[in-house]
Design a binder for this molecule. Structure first.
Ligand SMILES: *Cc1c(COP(=O)(O)O)cnc(C)c1O
Length: 348
């Protein structure tokens, strides 16, 4: 059992008992030959959930995104994305290092771009410019604080993309959190996109894996890039089995993570020295600011950790708490008490 309170990330979720059982008894084959029945079943299920023709099981969200970008773009192409999105901020520059692509970043509000900004970022034909080839959207937006694009905004961006003949990729690592926040089916969100990547390994609690979904011809080209990246796996049904349980059993409970995050954020906002923009707390991520204490993120996180509560930092002055199955409602008052204790050491 853990002897601390876990709020660093929803990636820390352990597989459920049901997942372990499914993994232990999964029928398997060689997936590089397309012969693993459990991987095939997961891909069919994931495609159906996204409303897409086909899907591809990949080891990580990062590989899902770079596989999608390589399939959509060629070297020298420009990719339009939000300035703090995961693809740009946390994927080691893979789009440039591996794909020779040029990022063109748009600064959103709490991670959310509006259609006009996207349109303004698209430059016309000119011999000097890298040609725009793809628009990426992240929903929910991680660094934005788990913020959600509503369908109207997505429709607006899709309209811009269509007028300029550009495909759209969704980094939907947490698409089911977005779907629950909007009260719509995940396939409604995915419908605006040519391709979508989502994670099985975050709140959905599978130990490993993400899925890339799209049209059949797109996915068969993506399969080749996955192989190039070293992502061709063999008896991967062992891990895909957990992904099936994740999709069938673990989606609805994400609502609980959202209500826990909201209660945590409201409690934190009442602690002197902590500032939270409550309008951004709509899913399972809480970002808050400690600059009024006169200390930085790392100092705050260290003291909180010494009190038994783990969060990640957003230097210089912010911290991030992510709710998941590894965190329960009973722990909320304990976190608030510990956070207040840390703050009181720096006030007055
Ligand atoms: C977690 C995450 C990913 C993928 O992460 P991996 O650790 O590579 O699985 C991609 N995009 C967003 C927005 C994420 O939060």
């Amino acid at each position: 059992m853990k002897d601390y309170i876990e709020l660093r990330s929803d990636t820390t979720t352990h597989p459920t008992e049901e997942m372990r059982e499914a993994m232990g008894s999964a029928p398997v084959g060689d997936d590089v030959f397309g012969e693993d029945p459990t991987v095939n079943a997961l891909e069919a299920l994931a495609a159906a959930k996204m409303g897409k023709e086909a899907a591809l099981f990949v080891p990580s969200g990062t590989m899902g995104n770079i596989t999608a970008l390589l399939t959509h773009c060629k070297r020298g192409d420009e990719v339009i994305l939000e300035s703090e999105c995961h693809i740009y901020y946390y994927e080691v520059g893979g789009l440039s290092a591996l794909g020779g692509m040029v990022p063109r970043s748009v600064r959103g509000e709490n991670g959310l771009m509006d259609p006009k900004q996207v349109e303004d970022s698209i430059r016309g034909a000119n011999i000097h410019y890298a040609p725009p080839a793809l628009i990426c959207v992240e929903n929910t937006h991680n660094r934005g604080g788990g913020t959600v694009y509503d369908l109207g905004r997505l429709a607006g961006i899709k309209d811009v993309a269509d007028r300029h003949g550009l495909p759209m990729h969704l980094d939907g690592a947490r698409i089911f959190n977005a779907a629950i926040a909007l009260g719509v089916d995940a396939s409604r969100i995915a419908s605006y996109f040519d391709s979508v990547q989502f994670c099985l390994s975050k709140g959905l609690s599978a130990p490993v894996g993400s899925v890339l979904a799209g049209r059949r011809d797109f996915i068969s080209r993506a399969r080749k890039y996955r192989k190039m990246l070293g992502g061709g796996m063999r008896q991967a049904g062992i891990i895909a089995a957990a992904g099936i349980v994740a999709l069938e059993k673990m989606v609805d409970r994400l609502a609980e993570d959202h209500s826990n995050a909201r209660a945590l954020a409201e409690g934190l906002s009442k602690i002197p020295g902590i500032a939270v923009d409550l309008s951004t707390v709509v899913t399972n991520i809480v970002v808050f600011d400690v600059s009024k204490l006169g200390i930085g993120s790392d100092a705050f996180a260290e003291r909180l950790s010494a009190q038994g509560v783990k969060m990640t930092t957003r230097p210089p002055y912010k911290l991030r708490a992510v709710t998941s199955r590894m965190f329960t409602a009973e722990e909320i008052p304990i976190v608030l008490e510990k956070a207040a204790k840390v703050c009181s050491g720096f006030l007055g």
